[in-house]
Structures are given as structure tokens and as C-alpha cells.
Design a protein around this ligand. Structure first.
Ligand code: SF4
Length: 433
């Protein structure tokens, strides 16, 4: 079936389902791009890659379901129409309400859309830290299955690992029993913290990790020219790249290689970089071909070790914009890499990579700079105060209380030039209420 046929078929399906509200939300035809690529409409479906040893082909853009509309969410059928049939959620997101919403939406759609039948959908969910009590894995997974209205998930993750010991044999033993009962198909972990390289290395050794989701963005990739050859960096750009390599750039590249060679399916997240707050600097993006969101995604897709990117898309426009970037097969040119570098420079001092091991050495032991600034990022950069406050509320006071703390030495050693005290105080002011 040609891509055009697929587009026509999709329009026919939507017409045939007879749901006025759904049709109105999606429209009778595939929508024009928010930021048109050469004035075209999206008529293709998102390409797919193999997710490591799972052998499954998954869309290179997957749907991070941590921001769903209450009741019916038109983004879900829209995503399915674009070939995005992989949904990522977690036990902890909004106290489980997003798993419930995703489950209810998929259930309702499965009765009307062949694309939404359970066997055609990929669902990933994640359990919170179970290192103190591995038996907790069962309770969380069974609760997630109930909320999602399904008997199994395709991929089950240990969520947000921060230490290599959390990827433990004890957790795997518990998981294995659940797998034998058919409650999930594949196993893995997510981590967006500084422990990611070590976790990927360990995952390659243990042999029971099928996939891993890690923070990865364009600043971890060396820029390329129009023919895909590395661009030689000079001056401040070279220094900036080397500063990153000192934190976890090179280490991450080696770990990704090891994991990829071991057959672990690699999923990228946090591809926009963890910019704490854009403010007026957001206007600095300069490229007439792709939006900033599209360019950062395309940069990561150029790394073919990465099977798919998890993107939390709040609106239909964001979904269409990202899908358009996925469907556009061209590589970024030197102009886009330069625009990315300019953007990175404009955000200098406002990016937190959660390398707490660096600044944490100069701060009270329980202070969690990376986690606090992540919450502030949800508030300031994502414009999502509800999510920011919900996440912040899970942190103990000692993780964020900046009262009487001297941040001078911590800020001095931050590779991203973050004025840590300023942002920690702001986090306390806007989120601790
Ligand atoms: S403030 Fe700087 S050193 Fe601390 S976690 Fe963030 S990026 Fe790393």
C-alpha cells in the first residue's frame, strides 16, 4: 500500500466510524503542518525501526502519555492515524490517572478503529523504585494493568533509576514470575539521571534487559555537515562540547554502543534538553526549514542506534509538528546544526542535565538539585504548573530547601553554568505552595 493510499484509507476509516465529536476533533483529512515542510501536508505514516532484541518494529516517534485530556483525548486517534501506535505511561504519572485515561481511550477506540485493537498497540508502563521491596513490582504492575484495562503490557520498565544497584537480580526474579504469567512481554528500565551510562553497561552484562529509555539530546551528538560528516568544532563551541564530554557525553556514547551491540532496544527521551526556563531566550531559534522541536528530534533520529523517541505532546499541534519531522526523511544540514548550537548557547546557564554527582559534592547530602530543577522546568519551560507541583510535592523538604545554603562552589563546578542558588530559590517560591 502506498503512503498516499494509507492517507486516503485513514480518511475513509475516520469517515466511517460515525463519531461526530471524533471526526470534528480530527478533521476529514490529514491536517496541514503547523510549520509546513515545503508547504506539504502529512500524508505518510511515521517510519518504524526495530526495537533491539524484542524484534518488534516500533514508530520512531512514540506517544508519551503523561499529559492526556480528561475523558476523550483526540490526540490518541490522531496518533494512531499517523502510525504512532506506541504509548508510554507509568504507574506514577498523576497518581495513575493517566494510565486510566489511556486505558479508557484505547478501549473505546478499539471498538471502532481496527488500528486501536490491543494486538496492534504497544503499551509501555513503569514501576517506581522497588529496590527496598521487590514484591512491590507485582502490586504496581497489576494496578497498572487494571487501570489500562488490559491483561498485559508490551514493555515493563523499572522507572527512573538513579543507581546501578537498582537494576538488581532481585527485581528481575520478581519480574520473571510476572512475565511467565503473561503480564508483560519485555523488560527494561528508564533513567534520565547521571547513572544512565553505568546502567546501560550493566544492562548489557546481565542479559535480561530488552530495552532502555534514557535522556539523550543533540548536545550529546557531534554536529555533522550536509553530507553527514562530522563538523570540526572550534573555539567556544569546541570547549562547550568538551565540557559536556567531561560530564557524561563520551561515557554515554560508549555505553549506548555497548547496549546497542548487546541488542538492547534504545529509546530516547528528554530530547529537547532539560531547559529550566526559556524566558525571552526562546525567541532565539533561527531556522526557516524546521521548528526547534523538529530539529532536536531529527538530530536524535540521525543516531540510528536509537529506535524511537518518547515525546510527551500536549496538543494536537505538537503531535502533528513532531510527526511531520518524523515523516520527513531528510537529514539535518549544517545550517540546522548551527541553529541548534546557537540555540544551545542562548540557553547556556539554563540547562540542567541532572548530573547531581557534580554539584551535589558541594551541597547538603539530601539536596536533589536535578529533581528540583526538573520540576521547575515543567513549570517554567513546559508551562505545566499542575505537573510541576505534583512532582515537586513528592520531594522531601530537605531536597529543595535553599534556606542558608551557600551555592557558590556548586555553581562554579556546574558544566552548564547554572546559577543553582537562583533557580533553587525560585523553585521553592513557585512550587512549594
Ligand atoms: S545544576 Fe549543573 S551540575 Fe547540578 S545537576 Fe544540574 S547540570 Fe549538573
Amino acid at each position: 500500500m502506498s503512503e498516499q493510499d494509507r492517507g486516503i484509507r485513514r480518511r475513509t476509516v475516520l469517515k466511517g466510524i460515525g463519531l461526530a465529536g471524533l471526526a470534528a476533533a480530527i478533521g476529514p483529512a490529514l491536517p496541514p503542518l503547523v510549520r509546513p515542510l515545503l508547504g506539504e501536508e502529512i500524508t505518510a505514516r511515521v517510519p518504524r525501526r526495530v526495537l533491539g532484541r524484542t524484534g518488534a518494529t516500533v514508530p520512531i516517534l512514540n506517544f508519551g502519555a503523561c499529559r492526556l485530556d480528561a475523558k476523550f483525548d483526540p490526540k490518541i486517534p490522531e496518533a494512531l492515524g499517523l502510525g504512532i501506535d506506541y504509548f508510554d505511561t507509568a504507574y506514577v504519572y498523576s497518581n495513575g490517572s493517566h494510565e486510566e485515561l489511556l486505558g479508557a481511550n484505547l478501549k473505546a477506540l478499539s471498538e471502532r478503529l481496527p488500528e486501536a485493537q490491543r494486538s496492534k498497540i504497544w503499551i509501555t508502563t513503569k514501576a517506581n523504585d522497588v529496590s527496598e521491596n521487590p514484591a512491590e513490582l507485582r502490586r504496581q504492575l497489576e494496578t497498572s494493568l487494571q487501570r489500562l484495562q488490559t491483561d498485559y503490557v508490551d514493555l515493563f520498565f523499572l522507572h527512573g533509576l538513579e543507581r546501578v544497584e537498582q537494576l538488581s537480580e532481585a527485581a528481575w526474579q520478581e519480574a520473571q514470575a510476572l512475565r511467565k504469567e503473561g503480564k508483560f512481554r519485555f523488560f527494561g528500565f528508564s533513567s534520565c539521571f547521571a547513572a544512565s551510562p553505568a546502567l546501560l553497561e550493566r544492562a548489557a552484562q546481565v542479559g535480561w534487559v530488552d530495552a532502555a529509555m534514557v535522556g539523550y539530546n543533540f548536545k550529546m551528538l557531534p554536529p555533522e555537515d550536509d553530507e553527514g560528516k562530522p563538523i570540526e568544532l572550534k573555539g567556544e563551541e569546541k570547549a562547550a562540547f568538551e565540557r559536556r564530554a567531561l560530564t557524561w557525553g563520551d561515557e554515554m556514547q560508549r555505553a549506548l554502543d555497548t547496549a546497542h551491540k548487546a541488542g538492547i532496544g534504545l529509546i530516547a527521551m528528554k530530547t529537547q534538553r532539560s531547559v529550566i526556563s526559556f524566558g525571552e531566550r526562546a525567541a532565539k531559534w533561527e531556522d526557516d526549514k524546521y521548528s526547534k522541536h523538529q530539529a532536536v528530534l531529527k538530530a536524535v533520529w540521525e543516531d540510528e542506534r536509537i529506535a524511537t523517541i518518547c515525546s510527551s505532546m500536549r496538543t494536537l499541534d505538537a503531535l502533528r509538528e513532531n510527526a511531520a519531522a518524523a515523516c520527513d526523511r531528510r537529514r539535518l544540514g549544517a545550517a540546522q546544526w548551527e541553529a541548534l548550537e546557537r540555540h544551545a548557547r542562548a540557553c547556556h546557564g539554563q540547562v540542567c542535565d541532572r548530573c547531581d554527582h557534580i554539584c551535589g559534592a558541594h551541597l547538603p547530602p539530601d539536596m536533589k538539585v536535578g529533581q528540583v530543577l526538573r520540576c521547575l522546568m515543567y513549570h517554567d519551560a513546559y508551562g505545566d504548573p499542575e505537573l510541576a507541583r505534583a512532582e515537586f510535592a513528592t520531594l522531601p523538604r530537605r531536597a529543595w530547601d535553599a534556606w542558608g545554603v551557600d551555592f557558590t562552589a556548586a555553581s562554579r563546578c556546574c558544566p552548564n553554568g547554572v546559577d543553582i542558588g537562583r533557580w533553587m530559590r525560585r523553585a521553592g517560591q513557585v512550587l512549594a505552595c
